[in-house]
Every structure is written in C-alpha cells, then in structure tokens.
Design a protein around this ligand. Structure first.
Ligand SMILES: *Cc1c(COP(=O)(O)O)cnc(C)c1O
Length: 431
C-alpha cells in the first residue's frame, strides 16, 4: 500500500519487527557485523546476500534514513554521507568519471562554487559555468561533447532564485546526460525535483531536512530512470574486481546495481574508497528531524511571509528578495514549481552605512548570528563577508550579491516576536 508524504516521513523505511519492536529507530553504534559462517561471508562479499558488513559501507540506522528519503521522493535509491559537501562532490565525481566535464552555474552554495576551482581541476574534473542561469538557452550552448551532467540548485541562497528545472532537464536529456539538483533549501516537502525531470537529487541534510542545527549530513538520491549504459558513462561499464561474483568473475556497476546504478556506484567506489560515511548517531538525528519536516517547513514559510511583509514596509530596508516579495521576477516559476512556498531563506538590502549594518547584526536578540540555514531557530547573517566570502567579485556580480545584503533564515518562533526583534535592532543600530 502506498502512503502519503506525511506518513512516509514518520514511518518510511522502518519495520519495528526487524528491530526488536523498538518504536524509535535504534542507533546501531557498531563498526562491524558478525559474518556468521564463512559461506555466508562468501554471499555477503559477492553481493548475493544484502546485509551489513562494516559501517563505512552500510549500517542499519543509516539504511532507514536512506530508505525513508527514497520513499519520500518516490525514487529508486539513496546513499547517506557525512556532509552535504560529500554529497555534492561525490555526485559530480560519479557523473564525470575520468575526463568528463560538469556544466553548472555560479548561483550555488559558496563551498560548491569554490570547490570548482579549488579541488576539481586537481583531479581532472573541469566545471563550465553558465553566465546567466535564468536563460535556459545558455545551458544548451554551454554543453560540450564531454559534459557528463548539469548541476543546479532548485532554490538559491540567499536570494531564493528559482531554476526552471523542467527546461534544464530537457536540455540534459537531449544530450544523454543526467540533471543533478541540489534541493537543500527547498526540502522534499516544498519540491520534489524527480517530478520535474531531475535524475539525481542531493541534499545537505544539515539544513532544513534535519532542521535542528545539530548534525552535519548529506544525501544523494536517484530516480532509477536514467540509462547509464547509453555510452556516455564507460566508468559504469568497466568490470571491477570489487564487484566480482561468487565465481570470481569481475562485474560492472550496471550488472551488480541495475536498479540503482548511480547510488550503487557511489557506495561501491566513492564511499568505499573516499570514505565520508555518516555516523549512525547522526543518521538517527536526521531521522528524528524528518519526522516533523512538513510541520516545520510550513511554519517557516509562514514566518518568512510575515517577515517579508514587515520588511517591505520598513524605511530601513532598500529591497527584499524572495518570490513572495512584491514584484519578484521568480514569482511565475515559484507559482509553477512551489505551490506551498519557495522556502524560508530570503535577503534584504540594509538601508544605512556599513557600521550601522554591523550594529544591526549585533543588536538582534532572537535571530542568531551564525552560518547555517533551515534551523528551528531564526538566523541572520551578512553573506558577502561570511558565507559567500569565497565568491570572486565577478561571481558576486553574477548572483547580485552586494555588501548591503542581509540574509535571514526563518525558524519556528512567534512571527510577532521575530518582527519585533528586527524592529528593535533597526532602532538600536540607527539611533
Ligand atoms: C550547506 C549546503 C551545502 C553543504 O552542506 P554541508 O552539510 O555543510 O557540507 C551544499 N549545498 C547547499 C545548498 C547548502 O546549503
């Protein structure tokens, strides 16, 4: 029987009868799992029996998180990793293979954009950047014969710019390559990229997915519908000794993981050898957070709307950027893709001097000043000096990041207390 999203987020992927009837997912804090007899070990090591061997590769607590995310997306498979950066970098490495290129934009998480220049060229992965991500034709023009994936974010940080996912997916598929979407800001509650053509979805589960500012985690989920045997992905077809059958014959990824080639390869290759494994305890925290995903995000979206109305009426604010702000250019895309709201991260222009802006940041009492988003607590930050400081001046121009920008990530507090906190901070700073 299939269930609705809100039921899956609480029960998905977990059968208490297989875990001593524990109603809360147990934390399997163990490195290894008894192999039983040596014949069972043969089956486990040749992938003919699917049970955990060693926690770097799989663990029952982590497995529940993976299965729950797969079910929440109506997808084929998920791999959980130790951080969002591991999820992004492994996904890009997995698509590119050796010598492949990635087509992306500069309108991405700061660490992701920075990685394109700081580490990927060292390992032979070149990333091409589309100058204007709102012009989908530029994605078509940016493709090269050896481009192996397009990578975008569904909603951007800090301006909540929205990508036209369906059009970009069509461009990727015409080139026989997957579209990889970082859906961190949206969470699957607001947007399911697979319903709009995405092939792979990555999350920093650190953010709204877990939602309590107490875990670093990442995930990669795949639709199961993309053909990695189409000739563009020879690294999925290369026989590997690690994947040998019981008779010692080498096999390739497509043979061993026909239903989940992308996450299967991530596990067999990237997680196996690069090793960014999620700990069982962190998987438990992420599962706990997921149980309230819809309730949290709905409240955060409504808090964001209240704060946007307040900011729009304030003389201390030059502009507000979020699809719910008046005259926002992304409103039509938000109406199409985000009927429940375009998230709770927004930015505004501080109307005052640099010193006044810094005094304002120092004066908030409820909004916390630290680098995170999607927390139960409301957060405030000056991105051009902190979270986005890695962006070159040219990249800042592309995304429209000015020094008067203040970013908010709305939490779960009372909307009246939040607007009152901003009001008293403006008064303190501009006195
Ligand atoms: C935070 C973030 C990341 C990186 O995630 P970590 O869990 O901090 O490694 C990647 N993408 C987006 C959109 C993010 O917000």
């Amino acid at each position: 029987m299939s269930h609705d999203f809100d039921t899956i987020k609480v029960h998905g992927g977990y059968n208490p009868e297989r875990h001593n009837n524990a109603i809360s997912t147990p934390i399997y804090q163990t490195t290894a799992f008894a192999l039983g007899d040596s014949y069972r070990a043969d089956r486990l090591f040749s992938f003919s029996e699917d049970d955990p061997i060693y926690t770097r590769l799989s663990n029952p607590t982590v497995d529940v998180l993976e299965k729950r995310l797969t079910a929440l997306h109506g997808a084929a498979g998920t791999i959980a990793l130790a951080s969002g950066m591991a999820a992004v970098s492994y996904a890009l490495l997995n698509a590119a293979g050796s010598g492949g290129r990635i087509l992306a934009t500069a309108r991405l998480y700061g660490g992701t954009v920075d990685s394109f220049a700081s580490i990927f060229p060292d390992i032979g992965l070149e990333v091409d950047i589309v100058a204007n991500p709102d012009d989908t034709d530029e994605f078509r023009q940016g493709l090269r014969p050896d481009t192996r994936a397009i990578f975008i974010e569904s909603v951007s940080n800090p301006f909540a710019a929205i990508s036209d996912v369906e059009k970009i997916a069509d461009i990727a598929h015409a080139h026989k390559i997957p579209l990889i979407v970082d859906n961190t800001l949206a969470t699957p509650y607001l947007f399911n990229p697979f319903e709009h053509g995405a092939d792979v979805v990555v999350y920093s589960a650190t953010k709204g997915l877990s939602g309590h500012g107490n875990v670093i985690a990442g995930t990669v989920t795949e639709s199961g519908g993309f053909d990695y045997g189409n000739g563009n992905f020879p690294h999925f077809e290369r026989p590997l000794w690690f994947l040998r059958d019981a008779g010692g014959n080498k096999r390739n990824i497509l043979q061993v993981f026909p239903a989940v080639p992308f996450t299967g390869r991530l596990r067999a290759v990237h997680l196996n050898y690069l090793g960014a494994a999620l700990s069982p305890f962190d998987a438990y925290l992420a599962l706990l957070g997921l149980e309230t995903l819809s309730e949290r995000v709905a409240k955060q979206v409504s808090n964001a709307r209240a704060v946007i109305r307040y900011l729009e009426a304030s003389p201390h604010v030059k502009w507000v950027r979020h699809p719910d702000a008046a005259g926002n250019p992304y409103k039509p895309l938000a109406d199409k893709y985000f009927p429940k709201g375009a998230g709770a991260v927004l930015a505004f222009g501080f109307n005052g001097t640099e010193e006044q802006k810094r005094a304002f940041l120092a004066a908030t009492k409820i909004f916390g000043y630290h680098a995170n988003i999607g927390d139960a607590r409301s957060l405030i930050i000056n991105p051009s000096e902190t979270t986005h400081v890695e962006l070159t001046y040219e990249q800042r121009d592309i995304v429209g990041l000015s020094t008067d920008t203040v970013r908010l990530s709305l939490g779960l507090e009372s909307p009246d207390d939040l607007t009152a906190d901003l009001e008293q901070a403006f008064e303190a700073a501009l006195r």
